[in-house]
Design a protein around this ligand. Sequence first.
Ligand code: TYD
Length: 191
Amino acid sequence: MYICLEGIDGSGKSTQLKSLGKWLEDCGLTVSQIREPTDSPVGLLIRKMLQKPGAQDENFQRTLALLFAADRTLLMDNIRKKEEMNHVILSDRSFYSSLAYQNGEEWIAQINQYALKPDLVILLDLDTETALKRCEGIDSFEEKCFLDNVRNKYLKLAQQHDFMVVNANNGFNKVHDDIKRIVASKLGMCI
Ligand code: TYD
């Protein structure tokens, strides 16, 4: 089972994913946690490039899209192996992040044609004001417009691809419980 958390920066994916993983392990399941960008050399290059100012420039984003797709392609065999071992794979982001953050839907789909589709996508939806407050230091108007656009694309993707949407404006415990309920139902567990 390949489960993915998606959401804009500051939506709390990483924290929620850790808690979800711990809860599933306590329930006796074997969990593998992954994240995109990964820790591969391509992922490390991406993280370095993301520190560059002006990262929203069009050709910079195209280059990033190619690198994200490459990083993801390297990850797929690893996911397949874990699936064969019956692990629950919890992923911080997937190719849907590229559809939400990078432009050119058709092209993004094309370069991600080898990416596995998660069995379940949970979108942590958060308003951008709160998200920016959580991401200390970034609160420019440009940044807000960019994130507003990403959030809207996520909400559209959620409708098109049946994501489960969780209101991430709620406190940690409520969000954790909402996620647990969705995952338990998908895995056929009683909670
Ligand atoms: P993020 O999950 O926020 O990493 P961290 O845990 O280090 O904060 O991802 C880093 C950034 O990369 C984030 O702004 C979203 C962006 N991103 C894309 O633009 N496209 C993608 O395909 C992926 C996977 C991430």
